[in-house]
Design a protein around this ligand. Structure first.
Ligand code: FAS
Ligand code: PHB
Length: 393
């Protein structure tokens, strides 16, 4: 069996693992990234689309923002739409001039993969981590299965950036790990379409038929979502049915229909909230979806992941370079305070915008929340500050 040694072994080449590798590399700290999927698969995966103000700064500070600055779309507001009427939330006016940038997660991943390869730092695709040992010993080891054979890696620390239900969170003894979970009674059907968006800003819509979101990726590519029942499958949704339902839910007098075009990607994603506590066990640190899941209504998934990485990077530098344990000892608690704030905001946005078909009381509460969000300056300010920069609050 091949043997490798590094300071930090990173499991997963999603935004969290790649960003951590980029930051450590710039600091001169050795790391190796292992990703079980292929490069093509990881770079093609369509997921998040909105980057918070502070996370845009992090990406730029990490030297990974050149294309994002060129191609990303800076937005200063979003729309809340219900009863076929739109209400703008002036994000920047309400949140000290801060803005969001619309730039697909797949583009962030491509940029970080390119930087990793350009630096020559090790990044292995088709390399699945199958076991993690020695987390409470003098050094940890991970086992990796690759097409060329198995690899054993000795390291000082393991960064579990392997998403939900990955080997990292499973390596924390069940006596130590507490998992908190909420599953919502709906899923999101998402499409990517070659169609110039009919809107300048994102539209979050609550319609009696269900939720809809009008987002975008570029001036010629739209990203749209429909709330659907959790048991629905893609083969129940023809292109015609998708477009017809998007038009019904999003139509207003000013925008009677969405722009249509060839659908180039489609998926259905379950809506869940998950928090794993603690986010550290010995030499193992969880970051990103390995530690938490949020329903995408608050656009927090990737932002939360990169917020964890910002914290983990500082903690590892303090320990490895200055032998200072304080930040690694407080890592889990520091992150979890921010994680629960993101869970609360995502829960608030999700509950407010997804009508229930058998609970008129809940629907009444949702409508009251929506009306407060657009009529009360205090409520819209809290929404704007959470939406535009929660990870920096
Ligand atoms: P990721 O899941 O991105 O990356 C983990 C990586 O680890 C994966 O590439 C996986 O292959 C790899 N891995 C797993 N086990 C491994 C092993 N044993 N060995 C090696 N590698 C391993 N967020 C939003 O804000 N907006 C959205 O619209 C949105 N849509 C989403 C749609 C879907 C279908 C999913 C699943 C998530 C979505 N999210 C969305 C959330 C998403 O953006 C995540 O928050 C983000 O990918 C988190 O990044 P990571 O923590 O790096 O995890
Ligand atoms: C997206 O563009 O994919 C997107 C935007 C905002 C969300 C979720 C997804 O809340």
């Amino acid at each position: 069996m091949k043997e490798l040694r590094t300071q930090v072994a990173i499991i997963g080449a999603g935004p969290a693992g790649l960003m951590l590798g980029q930051l450590l590399q710039r600091e001169g700290i050795d790391s190796i990234i292992f990703e079980r999927r292929s490069r093509e698969y990881v770079e093609r995966r369509v997921r998040a689309g909105v980057i918070e103000h502070g996370i845009v700064q992090l990406i730029n500070d990490a030297g990974a923002g050149e294309r994002m600055q060129r191609e990303g779309l800076v937005h200063h507001g979003i729309e809340l739409r219900f009863d076929n009427v739109s209400h703008r939330i002036a994000l920047s006016d309400l949140a000290d001039g801060k803005s969001i940038t619309v730039y697909g997660q797949a583009e962030v991943v491509k940029d970080l993969v390119g930087l990793r390869y350009g630096s020559g730092a090790p990044l292995y695709f088709d390399a699945e981590v199958t076991a993690i040992e020695g987390l409470t010993s003098d050094e940890a080891t991970i086992q990796v299965s690759t097409p060329e054979g198995d690899v054993r890696v000795s390291c000082q620390y393991v960064a579990g950036c392997d998403g939900t239900f990955g080997v990292a969170s499973r390596s924390i003894p069940t006596s130590e790990l507490r998992r908190h979970e909420r599953t919502y009674p709906y899923s999101w059907l998402g499409i990517l379409a070659e169609a110039a968006p009919a809107t300048e800003e994102l539209i979050y819509c609550r319609h009696q038929n269900g939720f809809a979101l009008y987002s975008l990726r570029s001036p010629s590519v739209s990203r749209l979502y429909l709330g659907v029942r959790p048991d629905e499958t893609l083969d129940e949704w023809s292109d015609e049915r998708i477009w017809a339902e998007l038009n019904v839910r999003l139509a207003t007098e000013e925008m009677p229909s969405v722009s249509q075009g060839p659908i180039i990607e489609r998926s259905i994603t379950a809506m869940r909230s998950i928090v794993n506590e603690p986010m550290r066990y010995g030499r193992l640190f969880l970051a990103g979806d390995a530690a938490h899941i949020v329903p995408p209504t608050g656009a927090k998934g990737m932002n939360l992941a990169l917020g964890d990485v910002r914290e983990l990077f500082s903690a590892l530098v303090a320990k490895i370079t200055h032998n200072d344990d304080r930040l690694i000892d407080s890592y889990s608690q520091t992150c979890l305070e921010r994680v629960w704030r993101a869970e609360e905001f995502s829960y608030y946005m999700t509950q407010m915008l997804h009508p229930l078909f058998d609970d008129e009381f809940e629907n009444g509460v949702q409508r009251a929340r929506l009306r407060q969000a657009i009529t009360s300056r205090e409520a819209s300010t809290v929404l704007a500050r959470n939406y535009v920069d929660l990870n920096s609050l």
